[in-house]
Design a protein around this ligand. Structure first.
Ligand SMILES: C[S@@+](CC[C@H](N)C(=O)[O-])C[C@H]1O[C@@H](n2cnc3c(N)ncnc32)[C@H](O)[C@@H]1O
Ligand code: SF4
Length: 393
């Protein structure tokens, strides 16, 4: 069985925010002084030049600016990064370029500039339209700014907009959660990411837990929300992702379909198929922005012959871990993935999924139908049980 090079995406991490939110464990740091924007853009360029050979002749099918808060950067900086990416790796003609933006006024002024710089999909971090809840979440924006952000984005020419919303918020009722969805739907975004708030270690909420809704309310919020979104024409294609008119997040789909991606910026991860060696490489860059900037132009690690700049690391994925690595991505998608992808993207025969797959079919948790590997609705609900079957001890 031989590995076939899958589509290539690029993740770009911008690690700063205006203020750190109490629930957030992303690699994001409060920007206390003037941002080292020029130095960071230069470091990203060096980082990409180091990784260039990993593209192996492919052009980029998608780019995602994530954070942190990428919209904290100027449109000129975002434009310069995109120009570098185009000249170093190259773009497929229909490339999707997403940028995460916060809905504050400071960011909205830049939306037209981001669009002009080549960003064609905006992901706005709304979280909630309820001022009480926004306050409890420590957000810097209020309901009105959130509403305005979507209008400003439309006026700036964005015809592909995602809104990030969270539910299960401190003291949230079923009616509150429904009101947030009603408002989001009224704005008619192409895509909605609807996450249940989780309390993560190393966050303020972990050390000072807020009062969250009871379990049965969380279930009601989830069930009623799914119904509401479905009725409004939003199709749930992944655990937290809903799209109208099939306008799915192509960048994320490439992750879930076990495609390849380069990751540049502080703490960014990449996953790359090495065609000549028939191996799969995972690599990561150093996490702290300060260290990342200091590492510029220094070769600090060698990964199986692959030089890795920026003080990060890398490892080759062992064949034993590949079934789990593949399934933990692929089975997040409601419709799963073509069965052929398993062989093409792991280099293993479908037999490598046995005997567990057969046992899971017998329990009604997974299926192989119309040549696709996927879970049943029951399996989606108990995805951990499905994945446990492939955990290598
Ligand atoms: C990298 S973050 C954010 C983008 C942007 N900085 C913002 O906050 O608007 C991506 C999304 O993850 C979600 N998120 C972050 N922390 C979370 C948590 N603890 N539980 C659930 N969702 C979370 C939020 O919806 C957030 O918009
Ligand atoms: S949720 Fe967004 S704005 Fe808040 S700290 Fe995390 S990345 Fe920054």
């Amino acid at each position: 069985m031989s590995l076939i090079l899958p589509p290539l995406s690029l993740y770009i991490h911008i690690p700063w925010c205006i203020r750190k939110c109490p629930y957030c464990d992303f690699n994001s740091h409060q920007a206390n002084q003037k941002l080292p924007e020029t130095d960071y853009v230069a470091a990203l360029r060096e980082d990409l030049l180091f990784d260039k050979h990993l593209a192996q002749g492919r052009k980029l099918t998608s780019i995602f600016f994530g954070g942190g808060t990428p919209s904290i950067f100027s449109a000129q900086a975002i434009g310069a990064i995109l120009q570098d990416a185009e000249s170093i790796i190259g773009f497929e003609p229909d490339i999707e370029i997403t940028l995460e933006a916060n809905p504050g006024t400071f960011e909205q002024e830049k939306f037209s500039g981001f669009r002009a710089a080549g960003v064609n999909r905006l992901s706005i971090g709304i979280q909630s339209f309820n001022d009480v809840q926004l306050k409890a979440l420590g957000r810097v924006h209020d309901r009105n700014e959130a509403l305005r952000a979507v209008n400003v984005a439309r006026k700036a020419g964005f015809d592909n907009i995602n809104l990030d919303l969270m539910h299960g918020l401190p003291q949230q009722t079923l009616a509150d959660a429904q009101a947030d969805l009603t408002q989001a739907i009224a704005l008619s975004p192409e895509h909605l990411s609807w996450y249940q708030l989780t309390i993560e270690q190393n966050t303020h909420f972990y050390s000072a837990p807020p009062i969250l809704p009871e379990e049965d309310i969380l279930v009601d919020i989830q069930d009623a929300g799914l119904q509401k979104l479905t009725d409004a024409g939003y199709y749930q294609y992944e655990i937290s992702a809903y799209a109208k008119n099939k306008q799915r997040a192509r960048h994320n789909i490439n992750y879930w379909e076990f495609g390849d991606y380069l990751g540049i910026g502080a703490g960014a991860h990449g996953k790359i198929t090495l065609a000549a060696q028939q191996e799969i490489l995972r690599l990561w860059k150093t996490r702290l922005p300060k260290h990342y900037l200091e590492s510029a132009q220094k070769i600090t690690a060698h990964v199986h012959g692959h030089q890795n700049a920026y003080g990060g690391g890398g490892e080759l994925l062992s064949p034993e871990t590949l079934p789990l690595e593949f399934l933990m991505n692929a089975l997040r998608l409601n419709e799963g993935v073509p069965a052929d992808y398993f062989t093409e993207r792991t280099g293993l025969s479908l037999n490598a999924l046995q005997p567990q797959w057969k046992a899971l079919i017998a329990k009604g948790l997974v299926e192989l139908t119309r040549e696709r590997l996927h879970t049943t609705p029951l399996g989606r609900r108990f995805l951990n049980r499905v994945l446990e079957a492939y955990t290598v001890s």
